[in-house]
Design a binder for this molecule. Structure first.
Ligand code: MN
Length: 457
Protein backbone atom coordinates (compact mmCIF):
# COMPACT_ATOMS: atom_id res chain seq x y z
CA UNK A 1 0.00 0.00 0.00
CA UNK A 2 1.23 3.46 -0.79
CA UNK A 3 2.42 5.37 2.27
CA UNK A 4 0.11 8.27 3.12
CA UNK A 5 1.86 11.66 2.84
CA UNK A 6 3.01 12.86 6.27
CA UNK A 7 0.48 15.69 6.25
CA UNK A 8 -2.44 13.27 5.80
CA UNK A 9 -1.39 11.05 8.70
CA UNK A 10 -3.36 11.16 11.94
CA UNK A 11 -1.71 13.13 14.72
CA UNK A 12 0.40 15.14 12.24
CA UNK A 13 2.14 17.94 14.14
CA UNK A 14 5.46 19.77 14.49
CA UNK A 15 7.03 16.85 16.40
CA UNK A 16 6.17 14.56 13.45
CA UNK A 17 7.81 17.04 11.05
CA UNK A 18 10.96 17.17 13.19
CA UNK A 19 11.12 13.35 13.38
CA UNK A 20 10.76 13.16 9.58
CA UNK A 21 13.56 15.72 9.06
CA UNK A 22 15.79 13.75 11.42
CA UNK A 23 15.17 10.42 9.64
CA UNK A 24 15.88 11.92 6.26
CA UNK A 25 19.09 13.71 7.28
CA UNK A 26 17.54 17.12 6.94
CA UNK A 27 18.02 18.10 10.59
CA UNK A 28 21.07 18.97 12.67
CA UNK A 29 20.76 18.83 16.45
CA UNK A 30 22.95 21.22 18.43
CA UNK A 31 23.94 19.74 21.78
CA UNK A 32 26.03 22.69 23.03
CA UNK A 33 24.30 25.22 25.20
CA UNK A 34 23.64 28.30 23.06
CA UNK A 35 22.67 31.84 23.95
CA UNK A 36 19.17 32.75 22.69
CA UNK A 37 20.47 36.24 22.07
CA UNK A 38 22.27 36.42 18.69
CA UNK A 39 24.21 33.13 19.00
CA UNK A 40 21.27 30.83 18.23
CA UNK A 41 20.40 32.72 15.04
CA UNK A 42 24.09 32.90 14.13
CA UNK A 43 24.32 29.10 14.24
CA UNK A 44 20.99 28.66 12.40
CA UNK A 45 22.23 31.00 9.67
CA UNK A 46 25.10 28.60 8.88
CA UNK A 47 22.53 25.93 7.95
CA UNK A 48 20.00 28.21 6.25
CA UNK A 49 18.54 26.67 3.10
CA UNK A 50 20.25 23.34 3.79
CA UNK A 51 19.09 21.76 7.04
CA UNK A 52 16.67 22.52 9.85
CA UNK A 53 18.23 23.01 13.28
CA UNK A 54 17.12 21.82 16.71
CA UNK A 55 18.78 23.51 19.69
CA UNK A 56 18.39 21.13 22.62
CA UNK A 57 19.97 23.42 25.18
CA UNK A 58 19.22 27.11 25.24
CA UNK A 59 21.05 28.73 28.15
CA UNK A 60 18.67 29.74 30.93
CA UNK A 61 15.55 28.13 29.41
CA UNK A 62 13.70 24.85 29.91
CA UNK A 63 12.61 24.37 26.30
CA UNK A 64 14.39 23.51 23.03
CA UNK A 65 14.19 25.79 20.00
CA UNK A 66 13.56 24.57 16.45
CA UNK A 67 14.14 26.50 13.24
CA UNK A 68 14.36 25.83 9.50
CA UNK A 69 11.20 23.82 8.74
CA UNK A 70 10.67 25.98 5.63
CA UNK A 71 14.28 26.58 4.75
CA UNK A 72 14.26 23.92 2.04
CA UNK A 73 11.43 23.36 -0.44
CA UNK A 74 12.40 19.74 -1.02
CA UNK A 75 11.69 18.85 2.62
CA UNK A 76 8.37 20.66 2.45
CA UNK A 77 7.46 18.82 -0.75
CA UNK A 78 8.12 15.47 0.93
CA UNK A 79 5.97 16.43 3.93
CA UNK A 80 3.13 17.35 1.54
CA UNK A 81 3.80 14.27 -0.59
CA UNK A 82 4.24 15.95 -3.98
CA UNK A 83 7.07 16.87 -6.38
CA UNK A 84 8.69 20.18 -5.42
CA UNK A 85 7.58 22.02 -8.58
CA UNK A 86 3.99 20.97 -7.89
CA UNK A 87 3.90 22.61 -4.43
CA UNK A 88 2.45 25.97 -5.54
CA UNK A 89 -0.23 24.10 -7.50
CA UNK A 90 -1.05 21.88 -4.52
CA UNK A 91 -1.52 25.02 -2.43
CA UNK A 92 -3.58 26.81 -5.07
CA UNK A 93 -5.80 23.73 -5.42
CA UNK A 94 -6.32 23.72 -1.64
CA UNK A 95 -7.33 27.38 -1.79
CA UNK A 96 -9.74 26.66 -4.66
CA UNK A 97 -11.24 23.65 -2.84
CA UNK A 98 -11.71 25.78 0.29
CA UNK A 99 -13.34 28.62 -1.67
CA UNK A 100 -15.81 26.16 -3.17
CA UNK A 101 -16.55 24.01 -0.15
CA UNK A 102 -15.00 25.15 3.15
CA UNK A 103 -14.50 22.57 5.92
CA UNK A 104 -15.26 24.06 9.36
CA UNK A 105 -12.70 23.57 12.14
CA UNK A 106 -13.45 21.39 15.16
CA UNK A 107 -13.31 23.17 18.53
CA UNK A 108 -12.08 21.01 21.43
CA UNK A 109 -12.15 21.71 25.16
CA UNK A 110 -8.56 20.61 25.54
CA UNK A 111 -5.71 19.59 23.27
CA UNK A 112 -1.97 18.95 23.34
CA UNK A 113 -1.28 22.70 23.53
CA UNK A 114 -3.23 23.02 26.79
CA UNK A 115 -1.67 20.05 28.62
CA UNK A 116 0.03 22.50 31.00
CA UNK A 117 -0.75 26.07 32.06
CA UNK A 118 2.14 28.29 33.11
CA UNK A 119 1.94 29.42 36.75
CA UNK A 120 1.82 33.18 36.55
CA UNK A 121 2.28 34.73 33.12
CA UNK A 122 5.90 35.26 32.19
CA UNK A 123 7.06 35.54 28.58
CA UNK A 124 10.60 35.53 29.98
CA UNK A 125 10.30 31.77 30.45
CA UNK A 126 9.92 31.19 26.69
CA UNK A 127 13.21 30.87 24.77
CA UNK A 128 12.42 33.74 22.39
CA UNK A 129 15.58 34.56 20.39
CA UNK A 130 17.05 37.90 19.48
CA UNK A 131 17.84 37.11 15.85
CA UNK A 132 19.91 39.73 14.04
CA UNK A 133 22.47 42.17 15.39
CA UNK A 134 20.49 45.41 15.56
CA UNK A 135 17.10 43.86 16.40
CA UNK A 136 15.21 45.78 19.10
CA UNK A 137 14.60 42.72 21.30
CA UNK A 138 13.49 39.08 21.37
CA UNK A 139 10.96 38.37 18.62
CA UNK A 140 8.19 35.88 17.95
CA UNK A 141 8.24 35.69 14.15
CA UNK A 142 6.38 32.58 13.01
CA UNK A 143 3.55 32.32 15.53
CA UNK A 144 0.00 32.40 14.22
CA UNK A 145 -2.39 35.06 15.48
CA UNK A 146 -6.09 34.16 15.54
CA UNK A 147 -8.74 36.84 16.08
CA UNK A 148 -12.47 37.23 15.45
CA UNK A 149 -14.08 40.00 13.43
CA UNK A 150 -15.72 42.27 16.06
CA UNK A 151 -18.83 42.59 13.85
CA UNK A 152 -19.23 39.23 12.13
CA UNK A 153 -17.22 36.86 14.36
CA UNK A 154 -15.36 35.49 11.28
CA UNK A 155 -11.92 34.19 12.29
CA UNK A 156 -8.71 35.56 10.87
CA UNK A 157 -5.40 33.77 10.78
CA UNK A 158 -2.16 35.69 10.22
CA UNK A 159 1.49 35.99 11.21
CA UNK A 160 2.92 39.18 12.68
CA UNK A 161 6.29 40.01 14.19
CA UNK A 162 6.01 40.55 17.96
CA UNK A 163 8.71 41.95 20.22
CA UNK A 164 8.77 40.89 23.87
CA UNK A 165 8.96 44.04 26.02
CA UNK A 166 7.90 42.71 29.46
CA UNK A 167 6.74 39.57 31.28
CA UNK A 168 3.19 40.11 29.98
CA UNK A 169 3.79 42.64 27.24
CA UNK A 170 4.75 42.73 23.58
CA UNK A 171 4.63 45.26 20.78
CA UNK A 172 3.63 44.16 17.29
CA UNK A 173 3.40 45.24 13.65
CA UNK A 174 0.11 45.25 11.75
CA UNK A 175 0.72 46.38 8.15
CA UNK A 176 -1.87 48.51 6.36
CA UNK A 177 -4.43 46.33 4.64
CA UNK A 178 -4.04 43.34 6.94
CA UNK A 179 -7.35 41.92 8.13
CA UNK A 180 -6.19 41.85 11.76
CA UNK A 181 -5.61 45.58 11.59
CA UNK A 182 -9.11 46.11 10.21
CA UNK A 183 -10.57 44.05 13.09
CA UNK A 184 -8.46 45.98 15.60
CA UNK A 185 -9.42 49.41 14.27
CA UNK A 186 -13.12 48.61 14.55
CA UNK A 187 -12.65 47.33 18.14
CA UNK A 188 -10.53 50.35 19.03
CA UNK A 189 -13.18 52.79 17.78
CA UNK A 190 -15.50 51.25 20.40
CA UNK A 191 -12.75 51.61 23.02
CA UNK A 192 -12.40 47.82 23.20
CA UNK A 193 -9.30 45.59 23.13
CA UNK A 194 -9.11 42.96 20.37
CA UNK A 195 -8.75 39.48 21.85
CA UNK A 196 -6.26 37.16 20.17
CA UNK A 197 -4.48 33.86 20.60
CA UNK A 198 -0.88 33.39 19.51
CA UNK A 199 -0.04 29.77 18.64
CA UNK A 200 3.64 28.89 18.42
CA UNK A 201 5.00 25.70 16.89
CA UNK A 202 2.22 24.71 14.52
CA UNK A 203 2.20 22.24 11.64
CA UNK A 204 2.71 23.48 8.04
CA UNK A 205 -0.98 23.22 7.06
CA UNK A 206 -1.90 25.99 9.49
CA UNK A 207 1.23 27.98 8.69
CA UNK A 208 0.52 27.89 4.94
CA UNK A 209 -3.13 28.88 5.55
CA UNK A 210 -1.94 31.85 7.62
CA UNK A 211 0.22 33.21 4.80
CA UNK A 212 -2.45 33.09 2.08
CA UNK A 213 -2.69 36.65 0.73
CA UNK A 214 -5.84 38.69 1.29
CA UNK A 215 -6.59 38.65 -2.45
CA UNK A 216 -7.24 34.87 -2.21
CA UNK A 217 -8.89 34.93 1.23
CA UNK A 218 -11.15 37.99 1.58
CA UNK A 219 -11.96 39.48 5.00
CA UNK A 220 -15.34 37.73 5.29
CA UNK A 221 -13.79 34.24 5.01
CA UNK A 222 -12.01 32.10 7.60
CA UNK A 223 -8.69 31.02 6.07
CA UNK A 224 -8.32 28.26 8.67
CA UNK A 225 -10.41 26.22 6.23
CA UNK A 226 -7.40 26.17 3.87
CA UNK A 227 -5.51 24.18 6.53
CA UNK A 228 -8.41 21.71 6.62
CA UNK A 229 -8.35 21.45 2.82
CA UNK A 230 -4.61 20.64 2.93
CA UNK A 231 -5.06 18.09 5.74
CA UNK A 232 -8.13 16.52 4.14
CA UNK A 233 -9.91 16.78 7.50
CA UNK A 234 -11.03 19.47 9.96
CA UNK A 235 -8.23 21.38 11.64
CA UNK A 236 -8.53 21.19 15.44
CA UNK A 237 -8.78 24.27 17.64
CA UNK A 238 -8.89 24.45 21.39
CA UNK A 239 -10.94 26.78 23.60
CA UNK A 240 -9.07 29.43 25.59
CA UNK A 241 -9.30 30.13 29.34
CA UNK A 242 -9.26 33.93 29.29
CA UNK A 243 -10.34 35.06 25.81
CA UNK A 244 -13.19 34.20 23.45
CA UNK A 245 -10.85 33.11 20.64
CA UNK A 246 -9.51 29.60 20.09
CA UNK A 247 -5.88 28.53 19.69
CA UNK A 248 -4.41 25.78 17.48
CA UNK A 249 -4.86 22.48 19.34
CA UNK A 250 -1.61 20.85 18.19
CA UNK A 251 0.59 23.94 18.82
CA UNK A 252 3.52 23.89 21.24
CA UNK A 253 2.52 27.04 23.11
CA UNK A 254 -0.68 29.12 23.09
CA UNK A 255 -0.48 32.68 24.35
CA UNK A 256 -3.90 34.18 25.18
CA UNK A 257 -3.81 37.95 24.86
CA UNK A 258 -5.46 41.20 23.80
CA UNK A 259 -4.30 44.10 21.65
CA UNK A 260 -4.93 47.21 23.74
CA UNK A 261 -6.96 50.13 22.35
CA UNK A 262 -5.33 53.58 22.13
CA UNK A 263 -1.93 52.38 23.38
CA UNK A 264 1.24 52.53 21.28
CA UNK A 265 4.76 51.66 22.41
CA UNK A 266 8.15 51.31 20.74
CA UNK A 267 8.53 48.30 18.41
CA UNK A 268 11.57 47.43 16.30
CA UNK A 269 13.99 47.53 14.68
CA UNK A 270 13.63 44.01 13.26
CA UNK A 271 15.60 42.25 10.54
CA UNK A 272 13.01 41.77 7.81
CA UNK A 273 12.79 39.46 4.84
CA UNK A 274 13.78 42.24 2.43
CA UNK A 275 17.25 42.06 4.01
CA UNK A 276 16.90 45.41 5.80
CA UNK A 277 15.85 46.39 9.29
CA UNK A 278 12.21 47.38 9.68
CA UNK A 279 12.31 50.76 11.44
CA UNK A 280 11.51 51.35 15.09
CA UNK A 281 8.26 53.22 15.72
CA UNK A 282 5.40 53.45 18.21
CA UNK A 283 3.16 50.48 17.43
CA UNK A 284 0.37 48.25 18.80
CA UNK A 285 0.64 46.71 22.27
CA UNK A 286 -0.21 43.13 23.25
CA UNK A 287 -1.18 42.36 26.85
CA UNK A 288 -0.72 38.66 27.66
CA UNK A 289 -3.30 37.01 29.94
CA UNK A 290 -2.36 33.33 29.97
CA UNK A 291 0.22 30.93 28.51
CA UNK A 292 -0.42 27.21 28.05
CA UNK A 293 1.85 24.61 26.51
CA UNK A 294 2.47 20.94 25.84
CA UNK A 295 4.18 18.81 28.47
CA UNK A 296 7.35 18.84 26.36
CA UNK A 297 7.02 21.83 24.01
CA UNK A 298 9.53 22.92 21.37
CA UNK A 299 9.63 26.65 20.67
CA UNK A 300 9.65 27.42 16.95
CA UNK A 301 11.33 30.38 15.33
CA UNK A 302 12.54 31.26 11.84
CA UNK A 303 15.25 33.34 10.27
CA UNK A 304 13.86 36.14 8.14
CA UNK A 305 15.30 34.80 4.87
CA UNK A 306 14.96 31.57 2.93
CA UNK A 307 12.28 30.22 5.27
CA UNK A 308 10.04 33.11 4.39
CA UNK A 309 10.81 32.94 0.65
CA UNK A 310 9.92 29.27 0.68
CA UNK A 311 6.67 29.55 2.62
CA UNK A 312 5.20 33.00 1.98
CA UNK A 313 6.80 32.92 -1.49
CA UNK A 314 5.21 29.58 -2.35
CA UNK A 315 1.76 30.77 -1.34
CA UNK A 316 2.31 33.98 -3.27
CA UNK A 317 3.30 31.96 -6.36
CA UNK A 318 0.15 29.88 -6.12
CA UNK A 319 -1.99 32.96 -5.75
CA UNK A 320 -0.38 34.87 -8.62
CA UNK A 321 -0.65 31.77 -10.82
CA UNK A 322 -4.39 31.49 -10.11
CA UNK A 323 -5.23 35.15 -10.54
CA UNK A 324 -3.11 35.71 -13.67
CA UNK A 325 -4.40 32.48 -15.26
CA UNK A 326 -7.94 33.81 -14.92
CA UNK A 327 -7.05 36.84 -17.06
CA UNK A 328 -4.37 35.58 -19.42
CA UNK A 329 -4.25 32.27 -21.35
CA UNK A 330 -1.15 30.07 -21.42
CA UNK A 331 0.43 30.74 -18.00
CA UNK A 332 2.56 27.69 -17.14
CA UNK A 333 4.47 28.78 -14.01
CA UNK A 334 5.29 31.56 -11.54
CA UNK A 335 8.35 31.86 -9.32
CA UNK A 336 8.98 34.48 -6.64
CA UNK A 337 12.76 34.56 -6.56
CA UNK A 338 14.98 34.45 -3.47
CA UNK A 339 16.84 37.52 -4.66
CA UNK A 340 13.50 39.33 -4.63
CA UNK A 341 12.94 38.27 -1.02
CA UNK A 342 9.97 36.14 -2.07
CA UNK A 343 7.99 39.38 -2.40
CA UNK A 344 9.37 41.71 -5.00
CA UNK A 345 10.34 39.80 -8.12
CA UNK A 346 8.15 37.35 -10.04
CA UNK A 347 9.28 35.34 -13.04
CA UNK A 348 6.20 34.37 -15.03
CA UNK A 349 6.35 31.58 -17.61
CA UNK A 350 3.98 31.55 -20.55
CA UNK A 351 3.27 29.34 -23.55
CA UNK A 352 2.16 32.01 -25.94
CA UNK A 353 -0.77 31.27 -28.23
CA UNK A 354 -0.79 34.77 -29.67
CA UNK A 355 1.39 37.84 -29.41
CA UNK A 356 0.84 40.36 -26.63
CA UNK A 357 -0.50 38.05 -23.92
CA UNK A 358 2.89 38.15 -22.21
CA UNK A 359 2.53 41.90 -21.67
CA UNK A 360 -0.96 41.43 -20.22
CA UNK A 361 0.59 38.80 -17.90
CA UNK A 362 3.01 41.44 -16.55
CA UNK A 363 0.17 43.83 -15.73
CA UNK A 364 -2.02 41.06 -14.27
CA UNK A 365 0.82 39.87 -12.00
CA UNK A 366 1.42 43.40 -10.71
CA UNK A 367 -2.27 43.74 -9.91
CA UNK A 368 -2.51 40.27 -8.35
CA UNK A 369 0.36 40.79 -5.89
CA UNK A 370 0.82 44.47 -4.97
CA UNK A 371 4.22 43.89 -3.30
CA UNK A 372 5.78 43.07 -6.69
CA UNK A 373 8.33 45.55 -8.00
CA UNK A 374 9.61 43.59 -10.94
CA UNK A 375 8.11 41.02 -13.30
CA UNK A 376 10.04 39.12 -15.95
CA UNK A 377 7.99 37.08 -18.38
CA UNK A 378 9.68 34.20 -20.22
CA UNK A 379 8.71 31.45 -22.66
CA UNK A 380 8.10 27.88 -21.50
CA UNK A 381 11.55 26.71 -22.65
CA UNK A 382 13.13 28.76 -19.83
CA UNK A 383 13.62 27.29 -16.32
CA UNK A 384 12.05 29.88 -14.02
CA UNK A 385 13.74 28.36 -10.94
CA UNK A 386 17.18 28.88 -12.48
CA UNK A 387 18.41 32.49 -12.26
CA UNK A 388 21.04 31.81 -14.92
CA UNK A 389 18.44 30.62 -17.40
CA UNK A 390 16.24 33.66 -16.72
CA UNK A 391 19.28 35.89 -17.25
CA UNK A 392 19.85 34.15 -20.58
CA UNK A 393 16.31 35.04 -21.66
CA UNK A 394 16.82 38.63 -20.53
CA UNK A 395 20.07 38.90 -22.47
CA UNK A 396 18.86 37.31 -25.70
CA UNK A 397 15.09 37.86 -25.98
CA UNK A 398 14.53 41.15 -24.19
CA UNK A 399 15.02 44.41 -26.07
CA UNK A 400 15.22 47.30 -23.52
CA UNK A 401 13.86 49.78 -26.05
CA UNK A 402 10.64 47.96 -26.87
CA UNK A 403 10.15 45.32 -24.16
CA UNK A 404 10.03 47.39 -20.96
CA UNK A 405 6.81 48.30 -19.16
CA UNK A 406 7.22 51.01 -16.55
CA UNK A 407 4.38 51.75 -14.13
CA UNK A 408 4.96 54.79 -11.95
CA UNK A 409 3.54 55.73 -8.54
CA UNK A 410 1.87 52.40 -7.82
CA UNK A 411 1.12 50.97 -4.37
CA UNK A 412 4.13 49.05 -3.09
CA UNK A 413 5.46 47.19 -0.06
CA UNK A 414 6.26 49.42 2.89
CA UNK A 415 9.25 47.36 4.05
CA UNK A 416 11.03 48.01 0.76
CA UNK A 417 13.23 51.09 1.27
CA UNK A 418 12.56 52.45 -2.24
CA UNK A 419 8.83 52.63 -1.44
CA UNK A 420 8.02 56.18 -0.29
CA UNK A 421 4.64 57.02 1.28
CA UNK A 422 3.44 53.61 0.10
CA UNK A 423 4.29 54.36 -3.55
CA UNK A 424 6.90 52.92 -5.86
CA UNK A 425 7.49 52.43 -9.57
CA UNK A 426 7.20 48.93 -10.99
CA UNK A 427 8.94 47.45 -13.98
CA UNK A 428 8.05 44.61 -16.29
CA UNK A 429 10.46 42.95 -18.70
CA UNK A 430 9.14 41.02 -21.68
CA UNK A 431 11.88 38.42 -22.20
CA UNK A 432 9.85 36.25 -24.54
CA UNK A 433 10.73 35.55 -28.15
CA UNK A 434 8.30 36.84 -30.82
CA UNK A 435 5.38 34.52 -31.63
CA UNK A 436 5.50 32.29 -33.59
CA UNK A 437 9.14 31.72 -32.56
CA UNK A 438 11.40 32.71 -35.52
CA UNK A 439 14.28 30.42 -36.48
CA UNK A 440 16.94 32.66 -34.88
CA UNK A 441 15.26 32.33 -31.45
CA UNK A 442 15.25 28.55 -31.49
CA UNK A 443 17.15 27.19 -28.49
CA UNK A 444 20.10 24.84 -28.92
CA UNK A 445 19.09 21.29 -28.04
CA UNK A 446 21.12 18.14 -27.40
CA UNK A 447 20.09 14.54 -27.48
CA UNK A 448 18.46 13.37 -24.25
CA UNK A 449 20.25 10.37 -22.71
CA UNK A 450 19.70 8.13 -19.70
CA UNK A 451 22.86 8.88 -17.74
CA UNK A 452 22.37 5.91 -15.41
CA UNK A 453 23.13 3.53 -18.33
CA UNK A 454 26.73 4.72 -18.63
CA UNK A 455 29.79 3.66 -16.75
CA UNK A 456 32.18 6.31 -15.54
CA UNK A 457 35.44 6.26 -13.66
MN1 MN B 1 -7.86 37.07 6.51
Amino acid sequence: MEQLALIKQKGFDLQKCIAFLQQSNKLVTVENSVNAHYELAGVAREFEGKQAVLFNQVAGYDYPVFTGLYSNRNALAEIFGCPVKELPFLFSEAVAAWQKDPIAPVVLDRGPATEAVMDGVDLGRLPVPIHALGDGGPYLDCSVVIAKDPDTGVRNLSIHRMMVTGPQRMTMLMDTGRHLRDYYERAERRGQPLEITISNGIDPSVYIAAVVPGSAAPIDTDELGIASALLGRSVELVRSRTVDVEGVANAQFIIEAEILPHVREEEGPFAEVAGYYGKQDKRWVVNVKSISHRKAPIFQTLLPGKEVFNSVGLMGEANIFNLVSRQVPGITGVHLTHGGGGFYHAVVQIKKVYEGTQRNAILAAMAAFPSLKQVIVVDDDVDIYNAEDVEWAMCTRFNPETDTILVTKAFGHELNPVTKNGLTAKIGFDATAPYPIPKEYERVKFQAVDITKYQFK
